[in-house]
Design a protein around this ligand. Sequence first.
Ligand SMILES: C[S@@+](CC[C@H](N)C(=O)[O-])C[C@H]1O[C@@H](n2cnc3c(N)ncnc32)[C@H](O)[C@@H]1O
Length: 204
Amino acid sequence: MGLYADYIFPVCCDTMMSAPDLERIRKYALENVAGEILEIGFGTGLNLPHYPAGVEKITAVEVSEGMNRKSLKRIEESGIEVDCKILDGKELPMANESFDCIVSTWTLCSIKEIDSAMNEIYRVLRPGGRLVFVEHGLSNERRVQRWQNFFNPFQKVFAVGCHLNRNMRAIIEKPGFSFENIREFYMENVPKPLGYTYQGLAVK
Ligand SMILES: C[S@@+](CC[C@H](N)C(=O)[O-])C[C@H]1O[C@@H](n2cnc3c(N)ncnc32)[C@H](O)[C@@H]1O
């Protein structure tokens, strides 16, 4: 990875993803996670303060060493044991059905080989297990979709592989997940092409 992706982007991403509106969504999304937990695209560890009190250990996957470096202090402060594996989510080393719950927050937009990663997420989750997700992606409005398609090539460069126009419903359903609940909304105070959000629970 280059200087931008490894050093500059992790600082920018950490700052942007620490916004209070996002913190509220993280807290709400993680409220009921339990059991063996895998967090995919762990980033700088911003979800850690929002795991429920009973969570003592999680496994995490993160492809970027720069993001991982910035998570270390947060891991230490959290009191949660984090087994963080630096690897690409397209190929997970975990056995089938290893986890009760998989957490993905603002990550599926960035994974390059998204179909392979979703198949792996599905594989390592136990039957009946849940994918807890908060993702930005393709709007349901044609006018906004046009802007998303227009800005997508720039976003991929500036936000290190992030896509604005992924249909998260379709991506999550493809390996076989069913939605227990899903809501779609625009984040407040965020431009519509970036702020269209999918949040919910999908069951294997
Ligand atoms: C926008 S950040 C979100 C980070 C974190 N989930 C959060 O909520 O703050 C997207 C994260 O996904 C990670 N990522 C991108 N592609 C990945 C891949 N193929 N495998 C694992 N992590 C990946 C990025 O390095 C980055 O840390």
